[in-house]
Design a protein around this ligand. Structure first.
Ligand SMILES: [Zn+2]
Length: 188
């Protein structure tokens, strides 16, 4: 039984009770939350999350990392946001960068795609060139501009994307150690 992602109790189609039921699927027997009344299956597929390594072209190519207002620690991380219905990944990351930093996006390229199983997400990470005045959204408490060689990565999710971007720029990624509330979350 998977414990990743939210656990729903009621069917979104008929409001019947969901239960863990094993059925034979294309890939074999699989236990999922299912509705006995209408046959609904909660697939619990990972949610796409867009992430940006922002290079500020009008600030010497320094990298903008931001600290989320909801975080207690001092970690500065990538700009991220959920992909929305009706947009391409490229449109989505341009929207997120604009909403969260007010920067204007000039160019972007895919860094790569990573799993983030603890949150049942898939990280789609872009390198983004942007310029303009920085105005943070209320979600973000503060930002810092880093020279690429000063950036520190973290061993999860978007941290791997940042490391891959550093390698593409000829820098050896340096990782910081993070406390891990859930040792099972470590996939690397
Ligand atoms: Zn149902």
């Amino acid at each position: 039984m998977t414990s990743h992602g939210p656990v729903f109790r009621f069917c979104p189609q008929c409001a019947g009770a969901l239960a863990w039921v094993t059925q034979t699927e294309d890939g074999g027997e699989k236990q999922r939350l299912r509705c006995a009344a209408c046959g609904f299956t909660h697939w619990n597929n990972p949610t796409p999350v867009l992430a940006a390594v922002i290079e500020c072209t009008d600030r010497g190519g320094r990298v903008l990392l931001a600290r989320n207002a909801a975080w207690s620690g001092r970690l500065f991380a990538l700009i991220t946001g959920f992909m929305e219905a009706g947009e391409t990944p490229e449109e989505g990351i341009a929207r997120e960068v604009q909403e969260e930093t007010a920067l204007t996006v000039d160019a972007m390229a895919l860094i790569g795609v990573w799993d983030f199983q603890r949150m049942n997400q898939v990280i789609i990470a872009y390198q983004v060139q942007a310029h303009g005045e920085i105005v943070l959204s209320p979600e973000l408490a503060e930002y810092k501009l880093f020279e690429p060689q000063d950036v520190r990565c973290w061993p999860a999710g978007t941290g791997h994307a940042l490391a891959a971007w550093l390698r593409s720029r000829g820098h050896l990624p340096q990782y910081i150690d993070l406390p891990r509330p859930d040792p099972a979350a470590a996939t690397e």
